[in-house]
Ligand binder design. Sequence first.
Ligand code: A3P
Length: 291
Amino acid sequence: MPSKYFTYKDIPFPENFYSPEVLSFVEEEFQVQEDDVFNVTFPKSGTFWMVEILSLIRSMGDTSWVRSFPTWERAPWIEITPKEKDLPTWAQPRLLSSHLPIQLFPKSFFQSRAKVIYTTRDPRDVCTSLFHFSKIMTFFKQAESSEDFIEEFLSGAVPYGSWFDHVKGWLGLREQSNFLLVTYEELKKDIRGSIERIANFLGVHLSSAALEQVVDNCSFQKMKENPMSNFSQMSSQYVAKDRGTFFRKGVTGDWKNLFTVAQSERFGQIYQEKMKGFPVHLPWEDPEVKG
Ligand code: A3P
């Protein structure tokens, strides 16, 4: 059945996975707890890599948790399983995930000291990863071509809307002590230092042995081999496993294999327009992109 999107407050969502009632409940009624930890991303920015890192930090490098429960149970999605009764009680403080733009996030969050770790990634790689992902997820609209998909991405016509608005919205919290910005690029460049920074933000001290365990077990290869992390457990109702895999490449710069020169120039031009004057420097902003 071809997938359709509905919009909730101008943001597109696939209709066979989300509902306006649940989104409204999350925004208006979801009760954030003071010690909640939120893993927030725009899709394809390293969400599940972060779930793995956070799970392993929580268990001090012990792998029994990451090998016993799938990622979506370790850090449930508030916009999919928002009811308190549906959230696992064995994980306290709660580890929760969300792709929501800040304006749709639970209102109760803004009166709390709950923590947000926001992971972002070069939007060209996000777009490339999302293009491939859209082909394997049954609830995505199938783009006619990569050209069409890039245009949809740039105009925010993909699930969760505009990458630009998402990033600008969430980074508005960057001065708050309960907010941590992480980039996919820094995870790739310095995973050990990044894990220490994340653990520190969470108030967790990892011994050097525990740190090495976290580093080792959140690697692309280890996650790809772990049935609780590689999405092989996900229902074929949502994922067409014969069309590809969640663990695709796990590299930076793969957009160069998808974008033509003209598409790359157009992307750069829109990026400049949308991010003009935005005061945060992001690692992929070389002169070619930001001008
Ligand atoms: P690619 O499609 O570029 O390979 P999300 O979890 O937000 O859906 O993001 C998925 C992207 O993160 C995919 O990117 C996936 O391969 C990559 N990824 C997942 N785990 C990773 C890891 N341990 N190391 C590097 N990249 C990882």
